[in-house]
Design a protein around this ligand. Structure first.
Ligand code: SF4
Length: 182
């Protein structure tokens, strides 16, 4: 498809990280659309709760949102099992790969992710994987360190009363959160 100038496909991990991020890229002059692809969120009903929150936010923000077909949990585990120490690397790559491919297929000039706003994520690793994928897939990766705006983003979604998750996403992170492991 022909590339639309200054357009970006934003991988969204949740509504609360999307709020500020979407506004940020709109302010930079990008036409913003969003992709939901998070096979790292377990179990399935937790995934559905976060997706529903994202869909409500997208309606409120007038944000075009594509929801990837299928849950792909099996693909997540295929990549991670046996490499648990490096699980976030595989998890970021899986999600950003899909985003870069969807941007390319849809004629969107760039891709990025809401993960860049979270102080709880491996920020440098996300930037590194985004840059690698940009070279591999031929789509620009938009990087911004938005971590200082993490709480602003949460303030923005507060009046919407959306579901808020208590752990990163995968069963490993749920175990770490509730068993106090790490
Ligand atoms: S902790 Fe979060 S980023 Fe890391 S593998 Fe689990 S869901 Fe993915």
């Amino acid at each position: 498809m022909p590339v639309t100038s200054k357009s970006v496909l934003v991988h969204c991990c949740c509504a609360h990280c999307a709020a500020y991020t979407v506004g940020h890229w709109r302010e930079q002059g990008y036409e913003v659309s969003a992709l939901w692809y998070n096979p790292n969120i377990h179990p399935y009903l937790e995934h559905q709760s976060r997706l529903e929150a994202m869909q409500s936010f997208a309606r409120e923000a007038d944000l075009p949102l594509q929801v990837a077909v299928g849950y792909d949990m099996i693909e997540y585990f295929r990549r991670v099992v046996g490499h648990e120490d490096e699980r976030c690397r595989h998890c970021f790559r899986l999600r950003l790969e899909k985003t870069a491919e969807a941007a390319y297929a849809g004629g969107v000039s760039a891709f990025t992710t809401t993960l860049l706003i979270s102080p709880h994520q491996k920020h440098e690793l996300i930037g590194e994987i985004g840059a690698e994928l940009a070279r591999e897939k031929g789509v620009e990766f938009l990087y911004a360190d938005l971590r200082k705006r993490y709480s602003d983003s949460r303030h923005q979604t507060k009046p919407m009363n959306l579901y808020r998750q208590q752990y990163c996403g995968c069963v490993y992170s749920e175990w770490e959160r509730y068993a106090g492991v790490k």
